[in-house]
Design a protein around this ligand. Structure first.
Ligand code: RUQ
Ligand code: CUA
Length: 618
């Protein structure tokens, strides 16, 4: 059988230090594995009962979820449902989580972003965007559960360039991938250039993690693609890449690829906040919308070749790196030169009141990384790593000399890279996860499609070494990799029942009961090893039953389930939680319910009966 294993000619290396040249050529020039399989296996081996060093949070793409992996083992630890109902946990099946989903059955989750303190991950929260419906979710890492979803954000047509959290978790941003009329009313599509706008939304994060829409900024109808928040000297700014500066509305593959350079936009969010305080905004569909033409200094455009995708700020916060997906170079802009060019008003034009800077004034290097550069990550040791979609490689280059010093093949078509603590001021330089779009022949065949393929690269040796394949469900775009010991001390072992403020909470069987309010029947119920109380009840056809089920256990890992036969009711209730199931039977009869989550030796006995009387009583 033939395997499509791609081989690659040795690279022409431009190497600064002779020592590095020697090491690279010694391993064949392509950064291919120099270690033995056994050595590689040992580096990713986590013995039974031991913990991984890192949590990796991978976005679930249009599965709408977040996958949790342990690194370096690559073990899938859990899936956190976010934008999509999921029956095992019951996400979207009980009344509170249903309300949070707002009627949507899907989301397109692209970029997880960890909360930060002083530019380092702090282990409190994970934010993630839903591109399609312009939402942002917050997952609390003390319980690994989605606790807030904000959106659909008004005026934002799809939110791709999100979530990239500011240095002290002041903001997450959303930016429209598609432009549309603001407010969104009918316009002829042929009026795209004049009647459509992009929107950047600043979502403020409170001390307890609560997200609130603060303000929005109107932009030309470009397609906002990716973003990154400034840090250190560039703190206070956020950067967005765009394509379609041509402002085309049809056949984008051609019409949005005309300009040699599109833009990275720099937005001063502190100025945005001041403008709102000074009343320089219009209310549009419930949002405070700032027109940048009214607020000089709010926003600038840095020309960047060519349809840039990833924009990444280096750990020192001094460089703004643009990855031109249709270019063969990655561009490095200097934050300092950008500020100097602004001071000198070194502008070559403007779009909708937003000045365009001169390319040569801000650019400090064009790094010839290879074909199809998409995203750049960092190791904290002075090196950057850029994914090359077309070459199916990762290029390592120096942030000092801007020379490419190593490449490694991945399999295949890499999109994002995620480095250990890679978005912080202090990446740990241990691991790089390559999130590939296509996996072809890497796994046992399972029909026409393959799992997605993540690959782990060891960064601790002089050249990159790819040492592990990790299959994933659809479809990780991006990941965040955080040291496990930042999260572990925060993790709760139970939901303390005294902190349960659900209106229908009960502490024991004596607090349970059934009350009627018109056609609504409210049942306060206890779940405890190994029964429900009450476990039998009778209602009339036409009544709606609300089961408010409290798991009164306070022991870790003792979760009960609540599922009703011939219904769409099922969820898990963790120790100390109360969840509500709404059920309107449509026929008289007997409806058994049971604990759907294995909880003890007598789990099978944990059940009950709902009797539904026909009209007239029997
Ligand atoms: S994207 S392959 Cu949704 Cu972040 Cu770049
Ligand atoms: Cu309770 Cu199974």
């Amino acid at each position: 059988m033939r395997r499509y294993v791609r081989t690659r000619p040795a690279l022409a290396l431009t190497v600064v230090a002779a020592a590095i040249a020697l090491l690279v050529s010694a391993c064949g020039g392509g950064g291919q594995q120099s270690s033995s399989t056994g050595d590689a296996a040992q580096r990713v081996y986590v013995a039974p009962g031991e913990y991984d060093d890192y949590f990796a949070f991978l976005s679930g793409g249009h599965s709408g979820q977040v996958f949790v992996y342990g690194l370096p083992s690559g073990r899938h630890l859990n899936t956190i449902p976010v934008f999509t109902p999921e029956s095992a946990s019951g996400w979207g099946f009980d009344e509170d989580s249903k309300a949070m989903l707002g009627g949507f059955l899907w989301g397109d989750a692209h970029h997880p972003g960890l909360s930060e303190t002083d530019g380092d991950y702090d282990g409190r929260w994970l934010f993630i965007n839903d591109m399609a419906n312009a939402r942002i979710a917050r997952i609390d890492l003390d319980v690994f559960k989605t606790k807030q979803i904000i959106g659909p954000l008004p005026n934002v047509s799809a939110n791709h360039a999100s979530t990239f959290v500011t240095e002290n978790t002041e903001y997450v941003f959303a930016a429209s991938r598609f432009s549309a009329p603001v407010p969104n009313t009918y316009q002829s599509i042929a009026d795209y250039k004049n009647k459509f706008n992009g929107v950047i939304a600043a979502v403020a994060i409170g001390d307890d993690g609560t997200m609130n829409l603060d303000f929005e900024v109107l932009t030309p109808p470009f397609h906002w693609d990716k973003s990154d928040a400034g840090k250190g000297p560039s703190h206070g700014w956020v950067f967005f890449s765009c394509y379609n500066s041509e402002q085309a509305y049809t056949k984008l593959e051609v019409n949005a690829s005309q300009n040699e350079r599109d833009f990275i936009a720099a937005l001063d969010w502190r100025k945005g906040r001041e403008a709102v305080a000074a009343g320089k905004f219009k209310m549009v569909d419930g949002a405070k919308v700032i027109d940048p033409a009214d607020v000089p200094g709010l926003m600038y455009l840095l020309p960047t070749p060519k349809s840039p995708h990833g924009v990444d700020i280096d750990p020192s916060g001094t460089r703004i790196i643009g990855n031109g997906k249709l270019a063969a170079v990655t561009v490095v802009h200097s934050f300092e030169k950008f500020q100097a060019a602004v001071a000198e008003e070194d502008f070559i034009g403007e779009y909708g009141g937003i000045p365009v800077l001169r390319y040569e004034a801000t650019r400090v290097a064009e790094v010839p990384v290879g074909l199809g550069p998409l995203h750049t990550q960092f190791d904290g040791k002075g090196f950057a790593y850029t994914s090359l979609f077309l070459d199916s490689q990762v290029a390592k280059w120096s942030l000092d000399t801007y020379e490419v010093i190593d490449k490694v093949d991945v399999h295949y078509s890499v999109g994002h890279l995620a480095a250990s603590e890679g978005d912080t001021k202090h990446p740990t330089g241990e691991w790089l996860l390559s999130l590939n779009k296509i996996s072809k022949d890497r796994y046992l065949p399972m029909g026409p499609t393959h799992p997605e393929g993540a690959q782990l690269i060891d960064l601790t040796r002089p050249t990159m070494e790819l040492i592990l394949d990790i299959p994933t469900y659809m479809e990780p775009h991006y990941g965040q990799i955080i040291k496990a010991d930042k999260v572990i001390p925060r993790v709760k072992t139970i939901f303390p029942i005294e902190e349960n403020h659900h209106a229908q909470r009960v502490l024991n069987e004596s607090e349970t009961g059934i009350t009627r309010d018109g056609k609504d029947v409210h049942v306060k119920m206890v779940a405890v090893r190994t029964h429900f109380y009450p476990d039998t009840l009778t209602v009339d056809l036409g009544e709606t039953v609300y089961f408010h089920v409290t798991n009164v256990e306070q022991d870790r890992d003792i979760a009960h389930g609540f599922g009703i036969l011939r219904s769409n009711v099922d969820f898990q209730i963790e120790p100390g939680e109360t969840k509500t199931a709404k059920f309107t039977p449509d026929k008289p009869g007997i409806y058994p319910f049971y604990c759907s989550n294995f909880c003890s030796a007598l789990h099978q006995e944990m059940q009950g009966y709902l009797a539904v009387r026909p009209p007239g009583g029997r």
